[in-house]
Write a protein that binds this ligand. Structure first.
Ligand SMILES: Cc1ncc(COP(=O)(O)O)c(C=O)c1O
Length: 482
């Protein structure tokens, strides 16, 4: 059953409906003129009737003083920020803006190594110098997790002039760790702001048993992909700021430059809706969601061979079958029409729907299909032992060359198995999750090569500088001095 939101104050949506009801004649952009010139399928054409621009009464994202301001204020009150912004280019643009607002070329930033590529792009664009903190390896999910207060402390002691500490919370797999609040307090004693990419945690605001938001724990800037876990359209995201160290105006300034001057009203309307969804998600909804989730997990638990693994975020669920890679499992699930979020060498990750009381998902049918998919795996050869993907060494690390230096160096393609000790000339990024395995300017280590070998063998999707058929990567020509 679909969810219909009634009688809830969504100022931007109300303004769009009112505007459309007046049957406006368009002599303005966009060129589809309310959808009538569009060749899109009917359902999409219908949505275009609301694809307005900065018209009378519809405000302006870049100078909000009307319904967009009202909608953003509601967002800010919900999340407890000093100011919150609608983003129309994903958490990507939020991550760019928060890094631009805190550092300049040559300045040091401390970064969790398993950050999303958008964080590294921001660092490259600003010319800041990253110091990486390796995350602890989570044995249960077999993924990179959080960083500890001891690690961040070591980094700040070594680099007390750092302009920001940039963390990812939760991880793609819903891991939160237990030290974020302490880390934030510690950084603040150094007067260093903490920027948190909380792309996967926009729904945490609904309360327990979901983890707490980094914003509640005192983080200075927090970015949310509302589209990942709340019912917002793809790309629609939030940025929140509450900081003694970063001026709101600075973030607004960079968002003004980095976001389109023609932000989509459909995306913004979906953000107004997603905020209202989270705001009115109550204790009964949580109880109902947790009940449906538990029931689903129990039913999956009786499928022979299927293992389910839960993480800190109840919205995430991992499926594993011993002897098969996540890529194998993913293929069989997709053959049955079940699309998970991500596969990795060990497992498939599901993002569950944040159901409200009265909304349903076809769990009966889903369980049947998963059962068939799992049974179909019997036709494949079992890999006796997947082995462990080596985690990266603990401690702090820096790039051997800055992104800018690498960009001006001569490079060569070489077999990746011969690249240990060389400096990568471009990043290699398993996608999803979009966390670089190897970054431009980073010294290639044996662990990188072993992981790359495993990922290639298992058919993982890789973005960036890799020639898959030739098994080559690109490195800088001259060797670094040991
Ligand atoms: C941790 C993390 N941060 C940022 C992003 C980028 O988010 P968006 O797709 O909303 O731009 C992603 C996307 O997967 C992500 O996983």
């Amino acid at each position: 059953m679909r969810f219909i939101m009634k009688d809830v104050n969504r100022p931007l949506i109300a303004a769009l409906i009112k505007f459309k009801e007046a049957n406006p004649i368009s002599f303005h952009v966009p060129g589809h003129k309310g959808g009538i010139l569009s060749g899109l399928p009917t359902e999409l054409q219908t949505a275009l009737q609301y694809d307005f621009t900065e018209l009378a009464g519809l405000d302006d994202l870049h100078e909000p003083s009307g319904v967009i301001e009202e909608a953003q204020q509601k967002l800010s009150s919900l999340y407890g920020s000093d100011r919150s912004f609608f983003l129309v280019n994903g958490s990507t643009v939020g991550n760019l803006a928060m890094v631009y607002a805190t550092c300049r070329a040559g300045e040091t930033v401390i970064v969790q190594r398993n950050a999303h590529k958008s964080i590294f792009h921001a660092i490259e664009l600003t010319g800041a110098r990253p110091v990486f903190v390796s995350p602890v390896w989570d044995q249960i999910t077999k993924t990179a997790g959080h960083v500890t207060v001891a690690q961040v402390g070591e980094a700040l002691e070594a680099y007390p002039d750092a302009k920001a500490v940039i963390l990812t919370y939760p991880t793609y797999y819903g891991l939160t760790g237990t030290e974020l609040e302490k880390i934030i307090r510690f950084c603040h004693t150094y007067e260093v702001p903490v920027l948190v990419d909380e792309a996967h945690g926009a729904h945490f605001v609904v309360g327990e048993p979901f983890p707490r938001s980094a914003l509640e724990m005192g983080a200075d800037v927090v970015v949310h992909s509302a589209h990942k876990t709340l019912p917002a359209m793809t790309m629609a995201s939030f940025l929140h700021i509450r900081s003694d160290f970063i001026a709101v105006e600075k973030v607004a300034h960079y968002l003004g430059m980095l976001q389109s001057s023609s932000p989509s009203y459909l995306l913004m309307a979906s953000l107004d809706d997603a905020r209202a969804y989270a705001e009115f998600y109550n204790g009964e909804d949580i109880k109902s969601f947790m009940g449906q989730r538990m029931d689903f997990i129990k039913r999956l638990g009786i499928i022979p061979g299927l293992q389910t693994i839960v993480t800190d975020d109840p919205l995430k669920l991992i499926l594993r079958i011993e002897g098969f890679t996540g890529f194998d499992i993913q293929k069989k699930l997709e053959a049955e029409g079940i699309y998970g979020e991500i596969a990795d060498p060990y497992q498939v990750l599901f993002v569950l729907p944040l159901l409200k009381v009265g909304t349903t998902y076809p769990f009966d049918e889903i369980c049947e299909k998963i059962k068939i998919a799992v049974a179909c795996l019997d036709g494949l050869d079992r890999i006796v032992n997947l082995g462990e993907i080596p985690s990266l060494e603990e401690g702090l690390s820096r790039l051997a060359y800055t992104f800018e230096e690498v960009a001006n160096m001569e490079v060569e393609w070489i077999p990746y198995v011969e690249s240990v000790g060389r400096v990568a000339a471009a990043s290699i990024i398993p996608y999803p999750p979009g966390i670089p395995l190897l970054m431009a300017g980073e010294i290639v280590k044996d662990e990188h090569i072993q992981t790359l070998g495993k990922l290639l063998q298992m058919g993982a999707k890789l973005q960036g500088a890799i020639r898959i058929n030739e098994k080559q990567i690109v490195v800088v020509k001259n060797r670094v001095e040991e």
